[in-house]
Write a protein that binds this ligand. Structure first.
Ligand code: ZN
Length: 503
């Protein structure tokens, strides 16, 4: 039995019919023109794609799926909102929530606030609710006194937090997890919502960075089954469990697969905690934060590869990226899949060379540059020449996969495609224009690029590849070149030869 997808266009004018199998991956059996249809057998199905333009299935290579699902029910701040606007949103939500319920918000921006926010104003706005407000880059949280009590902070940390309301980096991540754990209601609903939004955005799969709760919720979700491919990297705390259980890369069922473990080498640009070779401008002496020492990073990398797991290393500043490259560049991949560096926002020439020909790919989020360009110019100055080096990376033939890092940016591909091609918001001057890439290259980084990193036979519309397809209303390259991103509309999503979403 096979499915004949007809009434479609592709980038290859000779391909107007795609035939997929009904095996577990919906493998593509044949591609060609209308004459193929005459070869169908009695049980085969013919399905129209209503004149849509078909690309290989889009893949988001860096999402926090559970967090993204939760973000729908969170107080959402905009990057340009001041303290008054943020507090008025908190006040509004506090009125809607049941007594005692956690009030969780995301997106406040220290740049827009002018300084870290204060605990007294959050006490007042959140009323009796425990409140935890996560910064735009997720590396800082702002708490009220009720939250500090619920989180059971102790000793010096409790004393300092009750004065400032602020926790940073590892402790900020811990507090987010702990609050989420305490706020159990709706976790499953959050995952279902995230999966639905991914397929609506045209994604056939995602690489998800999750903690233990994310893993368990995803594994138990009906929404995941058969709808969206998910490849998981677990935070290193949960990763130890994988090693102990002897679970290695490729383990999973149906569309859910374990890939490896995510490690953090540094913080983020927005919090000025990305680990740098030279200080931040305007902040003499601040070179950012090192989360994992180089020896610890190497130990982890050996442990993981020895246990059959891939390493996914978060590295944003040039020093962090350098250490990540050193730790990974001479290691073998696993089952055709590559180790990866996440973000790699500032990449030196030495490291570009070090990655070339290695079993390490890059996972980057082009839409971040639309937000980060001004901060980078101000605090990295001329070093920004090496930021988001898409063109150089592709020229060096280093596999590059794009993603959103949702919920830091929305889980959708259009703003990323746009940012990679234009390096500016519509109407703005491009930022380091020599690093712009073509729309074909940008699409590749959302389709074939991720498949190469993951060692999957997908991302191409050719016989033998998985039947994962994204169907657009028209060729997405048109809107990208005419400057009309709104023309990039997804009409249907096909995963493993089955339509999982249609307008
Ligand atoms: Zn992330």
């Amino acid at each position: 039995m096979a499915t004949f997808w007809v009434d479609l266009a592709t980038a290859n004018p000779l391909v107007t019919v795609i035939v997929t199998d009904t095996d577990v991956n919906g493998t593509i059996l044949a591609v060609g023109d209308q004459t193929l249809v005459s070869q169908r057998r009695p049980n085969d199905r013919v399905e129209s794609l209503s004149g849509g333009f078909v690309t290989p299935g889009f893949w988001d290579s860096h999402v926090h799926l559970l967090e993204w699902g939760r973000s729908f029910s969170r107080v959402r701040c905009q990057a340009d909102e001041g303290l008054d606007q943020v507090l008025s949103k908190v006040r509004q939500r506090a009125r809607d929530l049941a007594a005692e319920q956690w009030l969780i918000g995301v997106g406040w921006n220290r740049q827009a606030l002018g300084r870290d926010p204060d605990i007294a104003s959050l006490d007042q706005a959140a009323d009796s609710h425990p409140a935890l407000m996560v910064s735009l880059d997720y590396h800082t949280v702002w708490l009220n006194h009720v939250a500090i009590e619920r989180l059971q902070l102790r000793g010096e940390e409790a004393r300092r937090a009750s004065q400032t309301g602020i926790l940073r980096e590892d402790r900020a991540f811990w507090a987010q997890d702990e609050a989420a754990r305490l706020d159990e209601a709706g976790t499953q609903a959050a995952v279902d919502r995230a999966v639905q939004s991914a397929v609506q955005a045209g994604f056939v799969g995602v690489t998800a960075m999750e903690d233990r709760q994310g893993l368990l919720t995803l594994a138990a979700s009906d929404a995941v089954e058969g709808k969206l491919r998910i490849q998981l990297f677990l935070r290193h705390q949960a990763g130890r469990g994988l090693l102990r259980a002897g679970i290695s890369q490729g383990f999973g069922y149906h569309l859910l697969t374990i890939m490896g473990v995510k490690l953090f080498v540094d913080g983020a640009l927005g919090s000025h905690t990305a680990w740098m070779q030279e200080p931040y401008l305007e902040e003499p002496g601040n070179m950012g934060i090192r989360s994992l020492s180089p020896p610890a990073l190497r130990r982890w990398a050996s442990l993981l590869t020895g246990g059959g797991l891939l390493a996914s290393v978060h590295a944003i500043g040039d020093q962090a990226v350098h250490e990540a490259v050193k730790a990974l560049q001479h290691r073998q991949g696993l089952n055709g899949a590559m180790h990866r560096i996440e973000h790699a926002q500032l990449l030196g020439d030495v490291d570009l060379d070090g990655l070339t020909g290695s079993a390490v790919g890059l996972s980057m989020q082009p839409a971040h540059l639309l937000v980060d360009r001004d901060i980078a110019d101000r605090y990295w100055g001329a070093r920004s020449r090496g930021a988001f080096r898409f063109a150089d990376i592709l020229r060096s033939r280093i596999p590059l996969a794009f993603g959103s890092d949702a919920p830091i940016a929305p889980l959708e591909p259009v703003s990323g495609l746009w940012a990679a091609v234009h390096r500016a918001r519509p109407g703005d001057e491009p930022w380091y224009p020599d690093q712009r890439i073509t729309s074909d290259e940008a699409i590749w980084c959302y389709t074939r690029g991720p498949a190469i990193l993951d060692g999957r036979p997908s991302g191409l519309i050719e016989p033998g590849y998985w039947g994962d397809l994204t169907v657009w209303r028209e060729d997405p390259r048109i809107g990208l070149s005419t400057g009309e991103p709104e023309r990039l509309a997804v009409q249907a999503t096909i995963v493993a030869g089955r339509r999982v979403f249609a307008v």
